[in-house]
Design a protein around this ligand. Structure first.
Ligand SMILES: [Zn+2]
Length: 405
């Protein structure tokens, strides 16, 4: 560590006397006889100044605890070294060193006192109820903030702002109640510019990433206005590996996994038999649908739906209907997003027609689990989102059974 104001500490030492010959040889400017008859060295006051600065920092930052301790200890070390230097007559500011020591010790003591106070409060009744409150929060930042606020009121002897949490769990939020259905939320206009779709990995990757950017631009303003979190989904290319049960989608085309918020897509597997001219619309539909699942995850709909589904046997009738409500909603969200882009940039009438014609359903192939809905219902929900351009119309959770068959 360099010491402010003390250039001598880190600077070159004058060569010892007797090496004059070699210094001449290297032209360093030190002549013969250096060290003999030179003027007395100036006072080396850097340590004292450093101690004072560190001591002041310890005092000012003592409320952060860590700042008080770190700077306090450093001030103590520099101050004691500075005092020793002053005693040897090498510096003239022993007083500053002492001031640094005193300030550093005070800063560190305040920090230690704060730790002791914190430990005392956490073991007091208010602290115990605070810890229970945080445990119950399940990591929800809003609930933790409420715990902090209640803790502060209890420490000050004020009644809690909200009724104390009872052992009864909070009513579970359900997928039909969500800020994303707010009536005033409209998808913005997005000019989606997509590269020409090639066939190499790099070209497909570039196209898929550009489509995610278009979907980001359609959805983030909606989520922000609704007060919901936003993050860009990841994209992974896959080749036939079966997704985890928590993921939604089709192993042959694409799926979305909420755990890591990644869209896995197999553009080549899906698109090989399809003429080039129709690829863009079809893949855009796939991406918009998987992104619909991402919106469900970001808004908390996925979590609420999972909570409902867990109460029923896997792939039983109720489980399958809940899955269809989820999938049809993702198709409706796809329609909302494509409404944002349709008729602009790279999304023209051809792409829209190809997107619509790619929509299928469980009833197109016998033997498929009925977890996505009929082709007619998939088309209806997509069209509903496309016509309205508002996610409020996509509340499949309130729809009659026939609309989610
Ligand atoms: Zn899906």
């Amino acid at each position: 560590m360099s010491v402010p104001g003390d250039p001598q500490d880190g600077g070159p030492y004058p060569p010892p006397a007797g090496y004059g010959q070699s210094t001449v040889q290297f032209g360093s400017g030190y002549g013969q006889g250096t060290g003999y008859g030179a003027p007395p060295a100036p006072p080396r006051n850097g340590l004292g100044i450093a101690a004072l600065v560190l001591g002041l920092l310890a005092l000012v930052l003592s409320w952060t605890v860590i700042g008080g301790i770190v700077f306090g200890v450093l001030a103590l070390i520099f101050g004691l070294l500075g005092r020793a230097r002053a005693k040897r007559g090498e510096s003239t500011n022993g007083g500053l060193s002492l001031a640094g020591v005193v300030l550093g010790v005070i800063g560190a003591l305040i920090a230690v006192g704060l730790i002791a106070w914190g430990v005392y409060l956490l073991n007091a009744p208010a602290g115990q109820s605070y810890r229970r409150c945080v445990q119950r929060s399940g990591g929800d930042p809003v609930k933790i903030q409420q715990c902090v606020s209640d803790f502060g009121r209890e420490v000050r002897g004020q009644p809690p702002a909200t009724p104390p949490v009872t052992s009864q769990p909070a009513p579970a939020s359900t997928p039909d109640h969500n800020a994303v259905y707010r009536a005033d939320l409209h998808i913005p206009t997005v000019t989606c510019v997509l590269p020409t779709m090639g066939t190499t990995n790099r070209q497909l990757e570039a196209w898929v990433q550009a489509s995610v950017t278009c979907l980001d631009n359609a959805w983030w303003p909606v989520l922000a206005t609704a007060g919901l979190p936003f993050s860009r989904p990841g994209v992974r290319r896959f080749s036939g590996a079966a997704p985890d049960r928590a993921c939604t989608g089709d192993v042959a085309i694409a799926y979305y996994c909420p755990a890591d918020k990644v869209i896995s897509v197999s553009p080549d597997g899906e698109l090989d038999p399809i003429p080039d001219a129709h690829r863009a619309g079809r893949l855009l539909m796939t991406m918009a649908h998987e992104y619909g699942h991402h919106v469900q995850e970001l808004s908390g709909i996925t979590e609420a739906s999972d909570r409902l589904q867990r109460a029923y046997p896997y792939r039983g009738p109720v489980w399958l209907q809940l899955s269809r409500r989820m999938e049809l909603q993702a198709n409706c969200f796809a329609g909302v997003a494509i409404a944002a882009m349709s008729g602009r940039g790279s999304v023209g009438a051809v792409e829209l027609a190809d997107a619509v014609s790619s929509i299928g359903g469980d009833d197109m192939e016998p033997g498929l689990p009925r977890d996505h809905g009929t082709a007619a219902n998939n088309l209806k929900w997509f069209q509903t989102g496309l016509d309205a351009g508002r996610p409020a119309v996509c509340n499949t959770w309130l729809a009659a059974a026939g609309r989610v068959a």
